[in-house]
Write a protein that binds this ligand. Structure first.
Ligand SMILES: Cc1ncc(COP(=O)(O)O)c(C=O)c1O
Length: 360
């Protein structure tokens, strides 16, 4: 078997990195802010970048904290807000690392079934009533791993339910700017009054290696996170924050988004077309952006078996179960279409389809 096609990790395509622009940003950042970003710093991160995010998100700067990736901020939030044994709700399936982060803190993680347009509201209400969770973690736009986007109606319902059960909503938004077609759904902050914490990062827009993420939360949460961050790692890595700020200041984000959409949009289309052509017996979400598309295999076909057979066809898949907090993913396959060009995507879906047929 020659070229294996990996559909495992949802990482940005290497060809998406704006290396020349980033060399310029690093040089400018060091020239302009060198004495600040080469020094120890307060734990909330580089003020000009915090201000840029505060203005983008329309909040006071005191509510913005930067970290080494958004996942670090989620970890800080969980450690400062939750206690072992606390219940939390997530979508089912959801981002596997979030499940692990909650579990590392001893939380009980309960899943709410995902539908094409977001979480099942009936299940959500039942789980709120039964578990009285402190937090509900959602990925409203182009969800990892399904690709689903929460509809406006569900956004309002989720916020109303969370408010009535006093559950904090955490909206993880790394894919929201990556819409390839269709119209944006409203932001959750315009959909109700529940306590809302937003997180996102530059990992999918500039580079994950820079490790620059942000969180917007009520100030009391940021105060506690900042105290813990100060004792755990003093401050986030400042030079990348200076580089990201330069990227924004120089107006490079808008053209970068245009290029990212031109790269990933056709890959998503190719993935949808290949599924229609080769695997019509399966079901899948039809994303309009992001990095992922979730496929539910036909009844009776096990994703673990498909994973093994697909490897023989030259396609490496990740383990669908990892995205399910309660081991329910036996027919689930995540396709990260972002890292695979159109031709390879057709080959990969053909391989998966052959694997499925050999098992049905
Ligand atoms: C939903 C979601 N949240 C968070 C992250 C991690 O982001 P960061 O690199 O900012 O830690 C990812 C990365 O794949 C993700 O898909």
């Amino acid at each position: 078997m020659t070229n294996l096609i990996a559909l495992t990790r949802g990482v940005p395509a290497s060809e998406s990195f704006a290396i020349d622009a980033l060399i310029g940003c690093a040089e400018q950042a060091l020239k302009r802010y060198g004495t600040t970003i080469l020094q120890y710093h307060p734990p909330r991160g580089f003020m000009p970048l915090r201000e840029a995010i505060a203005s983008q998100e329309n909040v006071p700067v005191e509510q913005v904290m930067l970290g080494n990736g958004s996942i670090q901020l989620l970890d800080l939030l969980i450690r400062t807000t939750l206690h072992p044994g606390d219940a939390v709700l997530v979508e089912r399936p959801t981002y596997d690392r979030t499940i692990r982060t909650f579990r590392n803190a001893g939380c009980q993680v309960h899943g709410i079934a995902m539908e094409q347009d977001g979480p099942n509201l009936h299940e959500l209400e039942k789980a709120l009533k039964r578990h009285q969770p402190r937090m509900l973690y959602v990925i409203p736009d182009f969800q990892n791993p399904t690709g689903a986007t929460m509809s406006a109606i569900k956004r309002e319902a989720v916020m109303a339910l969370a408010a009535s059960y006093r559950t904090i909503v955490i909206a993880d938004l790394p894919y929201r700017p990556l819409r390839y077609w269709g119209e944006d759904e409203p932001s959750l902050d315009d959909c109700g009054d529940a306590t809302l914490i937003r997180m996102s990062s530059f990992s999918k827009l500039i580079s994950p290696g820079l490790r620059v993420g942000w969180m917007v939360a009520p100030e009391s949460f940021i105060d506690d996170m900042s105290t813990l961050a100060g004792s755990a790692y003093i401050c986030p890595s400042m030079v990348p924050e200076g580089m990201v700020f330069e990227f924004l200041r120089q107006g490079l984000m808008e053209p970068a988004l245009v290029e990212l959409k031109a790269l990933y949009g056709p890959r998503l289309r190719a993935c949808l077309e290949a599924l229609n052509r080769h695997l019509p017996e399966a079901q899948w979400v039809k994303p309009e952006g992001g990095f992922f598309l979730g496929v539910t295999l036909p009844e009776g076909v096990d994703a673990g078996d498909v994973q093994q057979r697909a490897r023989m066809e030259g396609v490496i898949l990740s383990d669908g179960e990892d995205f399910y907090p309660d081991g329910d993913g036996s027919r689930f396959v995540r396709i990260p279409f972002c890292g695979v060009n159109e031709r390879d995507m057709d080959t990969a879906i053909t391989g998966i389809a052959r694997a499925v047929r050999s098992l049905s």
